[in-house]
Design a binder for this molecule. Structure first.
Ligand code: PEP
Ligand code: MG
Length: 903
């Protein structure tokens, strides 16, 4: 059987249907389906996406040959349905030619409208419509659009003038006209002639008057538009494969601008903003599709209820509303009734909220498009739960209906939509931690309190900035990637953060931030969108999130279906509580180094590091022990009975010591030594690549007393709570293990210490000792390491760093370029590189289980809260994922979806 390449639709018949999106594109498949369920759709046909691929391979001539006969008979079919004829002087058929890929690529590809017009057809249209001006205006628009899209007359750069616009301006000037609407029929005729002359001048060819020539040119232009730079860029951004190709939809034109009995609009079967189950939308009388969205005229509401709501919000009186801005329900009650029946029919049929486009031509309603409507996070949740309650979908489908990342919108403040319309983007960095924030610039963490609303801007942050970060509304850094300190800490706090905004220059001395030629002083107002990475000038209103009961129900359903469970990365009782409220079933990573930066702890910590010998270190550690134990008690208490993985000290020591004169003098005073001693020690701690330096278990193995102190603090805290009747499940985790010997040495210290504490107190605590797998060598030798480790937690931040050889903190310089050029599809610090890093994880899972079949397996790198990475963890057989508190709901939903996808 030969391949079918052209699918007709019209008059309640169609050769395609909704599930043929891959072949017919989303638009084509739904146009066919609407016909099949009896919705009025202008007739036409779809040329398949496969023809686009053939066209790209074989070239125009061969591709046309393949579809010529079919297209001719499809046009005939359309003509027969309408009783019109291509290029006819009496009753001409005019068509639109539009792209339509599998998934919508809004505005990326080309469209030609009014095709079929020539000097004969224009007369036919004038007669048929009884409106000569309308006919000539359509003709003028067609020549212009065809010239731009098909004949390549569109200027290449923004600076160049569109030749058609130039001609229009001249005619306006010569005739003293202001607007396009001032053109008379004679002006429009003059424009058509001049436009065609301009085409001949620029292209050396006559403008095609034969509708068939016009049609073939337009079809090929739509195919070509699949491969324009902007379409390619959009595909890369949205991970749409180039092989998919676009379909071409050729469809009879209908006009909403044929007078007061015509109109056009868009509608939604439910509220896309709130999810409320009410039909809503906007329309305009005597207008074309673009007019509704162009913002020149005020669109009117479709329903009376919506119209009244709108008037109230706008402060428009009922009288003014009813006369100037009536709803479609009032203005065209019959059409409204039909539309309202159709919207219900479409939602019932697709079982999802539909986004519709319609046109009313001389009192007759036509549907031009239907598709599953885009919606906010809140609307997505509400619709899923309400559709479940309405019996439209089952529980699994309800879980699948919500995009995990969209939950972010529900958990963080967002910018007010109206306020955003006026926002002015200054630059873009990495979307390090979602949410929206507005505040005044400060450049030093200890000055965040200066303003009620502050934005902390730093070249990069360090753990010392923690307190300030907590106070600031948002954080902005010039350097650092998605797992930089600022990014990780901000996510933990649920605070909006942009990292790696490479265009900003911060001058700490002058207290200024500049972007290209613009300079902002301390105190200047800026706004951050941590979900997109955009930095804005000035203030933008934000809206606080509010969690609904629907959200809770969705989360319950998620837990019901998921195999993995979700823990959190938290190192304060506050964050632990927040995470519990979001449904965390334990802590997967408590980074103990973050605890040392608060209050007085830093002084004792610095004493420990700056001590000249073991004795000095031990004395300082003794002072740290009770403080650290208190910290653990707080966290254990917050998590009650749930497992808590505490990681022993990880970062390089130089991060803790003061680098400024003032701080060094303070330490010299505390320790009773000369500042030169402190300076020398700080100098000696300097490392060229601290990320690969004296950190992790290398610290514990060179200074075992640190491991001893931390173990004592952990077990001591657990015993203290036991005495208060609170159960705990501490899991002690060794960081940055690369060899079994490294791990074993730490394990021995930990177990020895625990034994001693048990003996001293006469108590015991159930516990585990395990390790992070974050060095490639550890993954490669996981069977060995599992001899010592009772659990593995994949530290995919470091594992990514070391597998790619990218320093975590320096990716801001090249990552944006890599992403733009498509060298990397995603930032691997954000989305787990399943192909490379994932292999190491898989291998370690298999090898770990070989040695220890019931080894506990989790992930605590930032990927633990990223949906596609969570799905990978599920498939790889991990027991849990651990992520920052505000990502816990996202991970719960992603884990459930991963399970359901396998069912
Ligand atoms: C990791 O490396 O993935 C990890 C969780 O540890 P950190 O980010 O603290 O290095
Ligand atoms: Mg790590």
């Amino acid at each position: 059987m030969s391949i079918k390449r052209v699918y007709t639709f019209g008059n309640k018949l169609a050769e395609g249907k909704a599930d043929m999106k891959n072949l017919l594109g989303g638009k084509g498949a739904n146009l066919a389906e609407m016909n099949l369920i009896g919705v009025p759709v202008p007739p036409g046909f779809t040329i398949t996406t496969e023809v686009c691929t053939e066209y790209n391979k074989l070239g125009q001539e061969k591709a046309v040959k393949l579809i010529k006969e079919d297209v001719e008979s499809a046009i005939k079919n359309t003509e027969e349905i309408l009783g019109s004829k291509f290029g006819d002087k009496e009753n001409p058929l005019l068509v639109s030619v539009r792209s339509g890929a599998r998934v919508s690529m809004p505005g990326m590809m080309d469209t030609v409208l009014n095709l079929g017009l020539n000097d004969d057809a224009v007369e036919g249209i004038a007669k048929k419509s009884g409106n000569e001006r309308f006919a000539w205006d359509s003709y003028r628009r067609f020549v212009q659009m065809y010239g731009d899209v098909v004949l390549g007359m569109k200027p290449e750069s923004k600076e160049d003038i569109d030749p058609f616009e130039e001609i229009m301006d001249k005619v306006k000037e010569a005739n003293n006209l202001e607007f396009d609407t001032d053109f008379t029929v004679d002006h429009l005729k003059e424009l058509v002639t001049k436009f065609k002359a301009a085409v001949t001048k620029q292209t050396g060819k006559q403008f095609p008057d034969n509708p068939w020539d016009q049609l073939w040119g337009a079809v090929m232009a739509v195919f070509d538009s699949w491969n324009t730079d902007r379409a390619i860029y959009y595909r890369q951004m949205n991970k749409i494969p180039g092989e998919w190709g676009t379909a071409v939809n050729v469809q009879a034109m209908v006009y909403g601008n044929m007078g007061s009995n015509s109109g056009t609009g868009v509608a939604f079967t439910r509220d896309a903003g709130t999810g409320e189950d009410i039909f809503n939308g906007e329309y305009l009388i005597d207008a074309q599709g673009e007019d509704v969205v162009a913002g020149v005229r005020t669109p009117q509401e479709i329903t009376l209820e919506g119209s009244k709501r709108w008037a109230k919000l706008q402060g428009v009186s009922e009288e003014e509303r009813a006369t100037k801005y009536p709803s479609l329900e009032e203005a065209m009650p019959k059409v409204y009734q039909e539309l309202s029946t159709i919207e219900q029919k479409l939602e019932d049929h697709y079982n999802d909220m539909q986004d519709l486009e319609f046109t009313i031509q001389d009192g007759k309603l036509w549907l031009l498009q239907t598709r599953n409507g885009k919606r906010t996070g809140a609307a997505m949740v509400r619709m899923a739960i309400e559709m479940l309650d309405q019996g439209r979908i089952d529980e699994k489908e309800a879980v699948m209906r919500v995009e995990p990342n969209k939950l972010d919108e529900l958990l963080h403040p967002v910018f007010d939509k109206d306020a955003m319309a006026e926002a002015n983007v200054l630059t873009k960095g990495l979307p390090a931690s979602p949410g929206a924030a507005t505040g005044q610039l400060v450049f030093f963490a200890d000055e965040c309190e200066k303003y009620e609303n502050s934005i902390l801007a730093r070249i990069e942050t360090s753990p010392e900035d923690l307190e300030g970060m907590n106070i600031a509304n948002g954080i902005l850094t010039a350097r650092g990637g998605m797992t930089s300190h600022a990014a990780v800490v901000a996510r933990g706090m649920g605070k909006c953060c942009i990292s790696g905004a490479g265009e900003i220059k911060i001058d700490y001395k002058a207290r200024t931030l500049s972007i290209n030629d613009e300079t902002f002083e301390e105190g200047a107002w800026v706004s951050l969108n941590g979900s997109t990475g955009e930095l804005y000038n000035g203030t933008i209103k934000t809206i606080d999130p509010e969690l609904s009961g629907d959200f809770g129900r969705l989360m319950e359903l998620a837990d019901k279906y998921s195999r993995m469970y979700v823990r959190t990365n938290a190192d304060t009782p506050h964050d632990s509580r927040v995470a519990r409220e979001f449904g965390a079933k334990g802590i997967g990573l408590c980074r103990t180094e973050h605890m040392f930066f608060e209050g007085d702890k830093i002084v004792a910590m610095r004493e420990m590091i700056l001590a000249k010998d073991l004795k000095g270190r031990e004395e300082a550690l003794d002072r740290l022990l009770p403080i650290q134990q208190k910290d653990f008690e707080g966290i254990f208490e917050a998590m009650q009975d749930l497992p808590v993985t505490v990681r022993l000290l990880d970062p390089p020591l130089h991060e803790f010591v003061p680098h400024d004169e003032k701080g060094q003098q303070e330490m010299a005073d505390v320790m009773g030594v000369d500042i030169s001693v402190i300076k020398a020690k700080v100098e000696s701690l300097h490392e060229f690549n601290p990320m690969l330096g004296h950190r992790g278990c290398r610290l514990g193995n060179t200074y075992p007393e640190i491991t001893v102190m931390q173990t004592r603090a952990i077990i001591g805290a657990a015993i203290a709570l036991k005495k208060r009747g609170i159960n705990t499940h501490p899991e002690i985790m060794i960081p940055l293990t690369g060899t079994l010997a490294e791990m074993k040495m730490q394990e021995d210290i930990v177990r020895d210490t625990i034994k001693k504490v048990f003996a001293e107190t006469g108590e015991t605590i159930e516990h585990l000792v395990g390790t992070m797998i974050e060095i490639p060598r550890a993954a490669l030798t996981a069977d060995e390491i599992a001899k010592s480790a009772e659990f593995f937690s994949f530290g995919t931040n470091d594992l990514t760093q070391m597998t790619f050889g990218y320093s975590r903190d320096d990716t801001g310089v090249f990552m944006p370029v890599y992403l733009k050029k498509g060298i990397l599809k995603n930032d691997p610090f954000e989305v787990l590189d399943q192909e490379g890093v994932g292999q190491l994880v898989k291998m370690a899972v298999e090898k770990g289980r070989q040695t220890r079949p019931n080894i506990k397996l989790g992930i605590c790198g930032e990927h633990g809260g990223e949906p596609s990475s969570v799905e990978f963890c599920h498939r790889t057989g991990l027991d849990y994922v651990s992520c920052s508190p505000f990502r816990v709901p996202i991970a719960r939903l992603a884990a459930a979806q991963a399970t359901i996808r396998e069912m």
